[in-house]
Design a protein around this ligand. Structure first.
Ligand SMILES: [Zn+2]
Length: 342
């Protein structure tokens, strides 16, 4: 069966080779890689030096049996041309992935690099991609979450990119990225969680769908996030707070009741990291002292909610996730690559 597949692939792609689009094409390269119908010409030695998987794939015995172009063996890969292009750029340019705050690499590019650096077992590249994703898009602290203006940043990511990185972080075992990505996804409607999402722009037809495992995880998490928002982030409603006129206390109590008994269906999910305004929660006028009391209580309460996010998605704590990411050494945490996909 495997042999048959190989023959079919060659018959489909090889004859039209010279007209393939070319990316990362180095005239002095000594191997041609093919992904989809795009060709890449690179130095095999660099790939062999960095990746044990490419060392096997580009061994002399394998290359001898390949077709050639200008005496370069042609090796067909099952990766997407987009993923392979950015992966190769990162392999051949150590400055391609940086952790600078102003890094302009999109989430999709970093997802591609995380995916293939894991598959081809290049730990330093995997760590670079994880660091950049954490610094620029999927933080491990509430302070950075707020600094990045999540979950609705002005330009940083599209919803399909977030779904794709959630799938990738799950497959490549990077929960420190998965937890903030799923937290962003928790604002999706049930239909979007089950049927998938697409970008709003009419020019952009990108679509993405969470894996069944992540769909289940998110559907289980949503009521817990709702509970966290109502009990923790908005816990001010149930406390004594600033002692003041009976009028405010009664208004708080009425607002708390309307939240808990569902007579205030303003949002499908109350997001536990929202910076609520007291007027969204309590319809009646409150004295300034109580408003100030609410505003000063919301930050520590959001922090408590943030601290509980990992456990909602099945992980111990942020400290444990950060420790795991920091010690992501030499493939110890890298999932085994699946040779059938190469
Ligand atoms: Zn008051």
């Amino acid at each position: 069966m495997a042999k048959f597949k190989k023959r079919v692939i060659k018959r489909l792609y090889t004859p039209s080779f010279p007209s393939w689009p070319r990316r990362v094409w180095r005239e002095d390269g000594n191997v041609v890689l093919q992904a989809d119908t795009t060709a890449f010409r690179v130095d095999a030695g660099v790939l062999i030096h960095q990746s044990p998987i490419f060392a096997d794939l580009l061994s002399e015995t394998v290359l001898k049996s390949q077709q050639t172009y200008q005496s370069c063996p042609i090796v067909v890969l099952s990766d997407s041309s987009y993923d392979l292009e950015h992966f190769l750029k990162a392999v051949f340019d150590p400055r391609y992935v940086t952790t600078d705050d102003d890094s302009d690499l999109e989430v999709a590019v970093l997802t591609a690099i995380l995916h293939l650096s894991t598959k081809y077992v290049i730990p330093h590249l995997r760590r670079q991609a994880i660091r950049s994703l954490r610094t620029n898009y999927f933080p491990s602290s509430l302070a950075l979450w707020d600094a990045l203006n999540l979950p609705n940043p002005p330009r940083r990511h599209t919803i399909t990119e977030v779904v794709n990185i959630a799938n990738c972080a799950s497959e490549t075992r990077v929960p420190v990225i998965l937890v903030p990505a799923l937290t962003i996804c928790s604002a999706l409607g049930i239909d979007q969680i089950i049927d998938g999402v697409e970008n709003a722009s009419p020019d952009d037809t990108d679509q993405a769908q969470l894996t069944p495992h992540l769909q289940r995880l998110l559907l289980q998490a949503r009521p817990q996030l709702q509970h966290l928002a109502l009990s923790k982030t908005l816990g001010w409603l149930y406390g004594h707070g600033h002692p003041c006129a009976q009028k405010c206390a009664a208004a708080k109590s009425r607002a708390a009741r309307s939240l808990l008994d569902g007579t205030r269906p303003k949002q499908s999910v109350w997001f536990p990291l929202s910076i609520f305004d007291v007027s969204e929660i309590v319809d009646e006028d409150m004295c300034q002292l109580c408003v100030d009391d609410f505003n000063t209580s919301i930050l520590p309460r959001r922090q408590e909610a943030w601290d509980q996010l990992p456990s909602i998605f099945g992980y111990e704590s942020w400290e444990a996730l950060t420790r795991m990411a920091d010690s992501d050494e030499l493939g110890s945490d890298i999932s085994k690559p699946n040779p059938s996909r190469i």
